[in-house]
Design a protein around this ligand. Structure first.
Ligand code: 13P
Ligand code: SF4
Length: 326
């Protein structure tokens, strides 16, 4: 990678301008000095995945947070991922490179409205996707990620009435593959909803041998044309163990970094979005984190993720129930 200047004028660091190489060296030094663990989601910028000690999907990040003996967790992902880590490790310091890194899906589920929905269906078990605030998790019986949703739902009695929120596309997918009729909250992720079926079919015509990999947060028509529907880790796993040579990847394009790392002999094409100007699909929240901000947050140990203890206690139970099941 070119040693481009990544100086951020907003940052008051005494080190002034630093190259990517210097930043990586300093990040490494600081993380050893502070016994910090850098975790990154697959949607993070390539250079952040390069400095991370651990990269994974939401489920793997939660599992890793639960077992680490580091003093500081640097969560290079979005806010709910940091919050989940903090709930699992209340005694550790959890920091995130950019406090504004939120999630449109989590935002599509207002805790008060969700509480009313739950109260209106008292005989239902409440299953929530991990992409939710701690306040929503506090109204939940079991948390799931896209990596274990099917397994968790299959573990519930067949006649159990279930509320599933907030992602309607993942909920619809789970209803289809399990034959359940879960009551769905009407939420969605802006990144996964903006993929264009039409443009992906055009791409498939140009690459007839390519297999289509789809995240379950995408709309149903996209799920229907998929060779594989799965979480980021499941899509990676499929590509690594499949005999295909070319793939159209219908999820946030950050995943291509690890796909190309794991399978250098294969070709991965980022699926196009509805907007013809947009060649790939990126999560603006995930991309708020930069290498410079990783360095700054390690140096200053801010911004810190804090969860009010009573709320954390309520949100912990459904997360632990998920971890015990999967
Ligand atoms: P995964 O659990 O598949 O990593 O998904 C997280 C996410 O935010 C998808 O948009
Ligand atoms: Fe949230 Fe969508 Fe970004 Fe994932 S890709 S963090 S669901 S906004």
């Amino acid at each position: 990678m070119a040693a481009e200047n990544v100086n951020n004028p907003q940052c008051g660091s005494a080190l002034g301008e630093m190259s990517v190489i210097e930043l990586k060296k300093e990040i490494k030094r600081l993380k050893h000095e502070k016994n910090a663990l850098i975790m990154a989601h697959y949607y993070q910028r390539d250079e952040i995945q390069e400095v991370a000690d651990f990269i994974g999907d939401s489920l793997a990040l939660a599992r890793k947070a639960a077992e680490t003996d580091a003093d500081i967790i640097v969560m290079c992902g979005v806010h709910f991922m940091g919050e989940t880590a903090k709930i699992l490790c209340p005694d550790k310091k959890v920091i995130i490179p950019d406090a504004e890194a939120g999630c449109s899906l989590a935002d599509s589920c207002d805790p008060e409205e969700f509480a009313e929905f739950v109260a209106a269906h008292p005989d239902h078990t409440v299953v929530s996707y991990v992409n939710t605030s701690a306040a929503v998790k506090a109204h939940t019986d079991i948390v799931v990620t896209s990596g274990n949703a099917r397994k968790v739902i299959d573990s519930l009695p067949e006649d159990e009435k279930i509320i599933f929120g907030p992602d309607r596309n993942l909920g619809e997918y789970i209803n289809t593959v399990t034959g359940r009729r879960m009551l769905l909250w009407d939420g969605a992720c802006h990144v996964h909803e903006r993929f264009s079926l039409e443009r992906i079919l055009e791409m498939k015509k140009e690459h007839p041998g390519a297999k289509i990999l789809v995240h379950p947060e995408c709309k149903r028509p996209l799920q229907l044309i998929a060779d594989k529907v799965g979480s980021t880790a499941a899509l990676l796993d499929f590509a690594a163990n499949d005999d295909g040579k070319e793939y159209i990847v219908v999820t946030e394009s950050g995943i291509l970094f690890e796909m190309r790392n794991k399978c250098p002999e294969k070709t991965f094409l980022a699926a196009p979005a509805e907007d013809a100007e947009c060649q790939c699909n990126q999560c603006d929240y995930m991309k708020l984190n930069t290498l410079r901000k990783v360095y700054d947050c390690l140096l200053t140990e801010t911004p810190e993720i804090l969860v009010e203890p009573q709320l954390a206690e309520k949100a912990l139970r459904p997360i632990e129930r998920m971890l015990a099941l999967s």
